[in-house]
Design a protein around this ligand. Structure first.
Ligand code: DPX
Length: 558
């Protein structure tokens, strides 16, 4: 039984649970795209450019566990690299497939279009190796199945992107047909001795502590066991905090929830709770400069148990040979009750009083109104900028999800990522908060939301510049050309779209626009929220000052 290389790939993508793949056409991938369409396990979704294609796949992978995208050689793939860097940094398994030169052109001295103008065509794979966990360059149909499987399996296990390069004359070449998918999806069994030793050491750590707190980090998204956390918290009886990048990873209406731990810009009470605890179970954290508020919020190693995707560090020892899923599943059945921290009650978030309808729109009022829109079935995507801080200060119902990109932090990510998220989780409401500066990078992807009739509600925060940068370090480079953001939607609709572009300058206009957005089910609604440039969250100002100080440290002189 045979198939073609392209159809083999297509079948595998369907078998791992994808319903869509993202693509931008180019002559090195056209036959591959034909093969994907012919096999038909996944629907082909088109992007305006390869950067957006990558971010869309990254957003889809967050919602759906994995994603795939197809680009053309060099001009496509090199554009996609920023997004693949994002998938790497944020632990999202995105399979990036690039069309490539005909096998007969390798090693012949033939000079090809879309290349650097020299005759070694291996450079793209070399570059991709740095930002993927597996990079497979296919040179024969015979070996393609194993190479495709290796890339997909590695991506799913490592929770990182993987690269597959398919020459344009091999996409429809015959190869063996795919068998059952089990080996790609199955997790290697845990090493029982190591897991048992890790649990014993965890027990020793926990029994020796009076005040234990769970601290949930953003790498838990990749663990696939976020849903296990409430049961673990119930068993241990302790308080739970989340890091800013993991906002929404623990139900905020759960009695154990105590808010976001983010050093000096934590939710009320969360900093004292975490920093006074003598046992902090850090689950999938990323302690970078932003998360530590410029290296100020660093936890004492002797007080922490660090559980990462493939092992734990506790009491000065490293245990590996199991996944965080296997560890947390076992811990949920064995963890001792450690209720000390639960005695500290949750401190309420500052409330924002509703503004009069004719009052000038403020950042507070905008955030208050967006917060009321979010129900337990909403995914809120928050772009880099003050949108992070606005998302973090929201009071969310259980079931609400937040997506942000705090490790990679590439502005423009959120527009395509929200599109991918909406395709990956079509039954949820999708809300996006994006600043004007970020929007200008990837704005054209709203046209694809129109095309695919995705009812994403976009809050375009027009605060007239790169406000987070203004707070970190001001200069003329932080001021941007204003656009008629709401007016763009008419252009994107053209003759057949159902997008809606609205503008709010008062509290009442915003409330009216949100009602219109809820009723618009056949396309995106972009609500341009006009704010003063000086109007931002207090936490951004406080955090920005500390991060600026960390950036500004003088070089060490020996
Ligand atoms: C930059 C950032 O308007 O949001 O809330 O006004 O800050 P705020 P905007 O979207 O502005 C974003 C801007 C310019 N960062 O303040 S965060 C530097 C940067 C980056 N990514 C890329 N280029 C530059 N983060 C791709």
């Amino acid at each position: 039984m045979t198939t073609t290389v392209g159809q083999y790939l297509s079948a595998r993508l369907g078998q791992i649970g994808l319903k869509h793949h993202f693509a931008v056409a180019g002559d090195f991938n056209l036959i591959l795209l034909d093969e994907l369409l012919a096999e038909g396990s996944t629907k082909q979704i088109y992007s305006c450019n390869e950067l957006n294609c990558g971010y869309s796949a990254e957003g889809y992978g967050r919602a759906n566990g994995a994603a795939a995208m197809v680009v053309t050689f060099s001009v496509g793939a090199l554009s996609a690299m920023n997004a693949i860097g994002s998938a790497y940094a944020e632990n999202v398994p995105v399979i990036i497939v690039s069309g490539a030169p005909n096998t007969n052109d390798h090693g012949t001295g033939h000079l090809l279009h879309h290349t650097l103008g020299n005759t070694n065509y291996g450079y793209q794979a070399e570059m991709m190796r740095h930002i993927t966990c597996a990079a497979e360059v296919i040179f024969s149909a015979e070996h393609a199945p194993q190479q495709i499987d290796n890339a997909i399996r590695t991506a799913l296990r490592e929770r990182k992107p993987a690269y597959i390069e398919i020459p344009c004359n091999l996409a429809n070449a015959a190869c063996a047909a795919p068998g059952p998918v089990s080996s790609l999806l199955s997790e290697p069994a845990a090493d029982p001795a190591s897991l048992d030793a890790a649990l014993e050491e965890t027990g020793r750590f926990l029994y020796a502590r009076d005040k234990v707190v769970l601290l949930v980090g953003s790498r838990m998204r990749a663990s696939g066991v976020i849903d296990l956390l409430p049961a673990l918290a119930d068993r241990m009886g302790c308080a739970v905090t989340v890091m800013a990048a993991a906002k929404g990873f623990f139900p905020e209406d759960h009695p154990a929830y105590r808010g976001v731990y983010w050093g000096e810009v934590s939710s009320p009470g969360a900093q004292e709770l975490v920093e006074s605890a003598d046992g902090i179970l850090c689950l999938g954290p990323i302690f970078n400069d932003y998360a530590t508020v410029g290296w100020r919020a660093t936890l004492k190693p002797e007080n922490t148990l660090l559980a990462d995707l493939h092992g734990i560090t506790v009491n000065g020892r490293v245990f590996e040979g199991f996944s965080i899923r296997q560890y947390l599943e076992a811990l949920s059945a064995r963890a001792p009750r450690r209720a000390g921290s639960a005695e500290t009650p949750r401190q309420p978030l500052p409330t924002i009083a509703p503004a009069p309808r004719d009052a000038r729109l403020t950042n507070d009022e905008m955030t208050r109104q967006i917060n009321t829109l979010i129900d337990g079935n909403t995914t809120l995507t928050a772009e880099t900028g003050d949108s992070w801080f606005n998302a973090v200060r929201m009071d969310l119902p259980g079931g609400a999800k937040v997506e942000s990109e705090m490790q990679w932090g590439s502005i423009g990510w959120s527009v395509p990522a929200a599109l991918g998220g909406a395709l990956g989780a079509p039954d949820r409401r999708h809300v996006l908060m994006v600043g004007d500066g970020s929007f200008q990078l990837t704005a054209q992807e709203v046209a694809q939301m129109v095309r695919y009739e995705l009812p994403i509600i976009i809050f375009l925060v027009n605060n007239h510049g790169y406000v987070i940068e203004i707070k970190i370090h001001d200069g003329p480079y932080n001021y941007i050309k204003n656009w008629d953001y709401a007016g763009l939607i008419a252009a994107f609709n053209a003759e057949d779209g159902h997008g809606l572009g609205l503008r709010a300058t008062t509290a009442g206009e915003l409330a009216g626009a949100i009602e219109q957005a809820k009723a618009n089910t056949r396309g995106p609604t972009l609500i341009e929220c006009d704010l003063d440039r000086s109007d931002c969250t207090e936490t951004l100002v406080k955090w920005g000052t500390k991060v600026a100080a960390a950036n500004g440290r003088a070089p060490k002189v020996n």
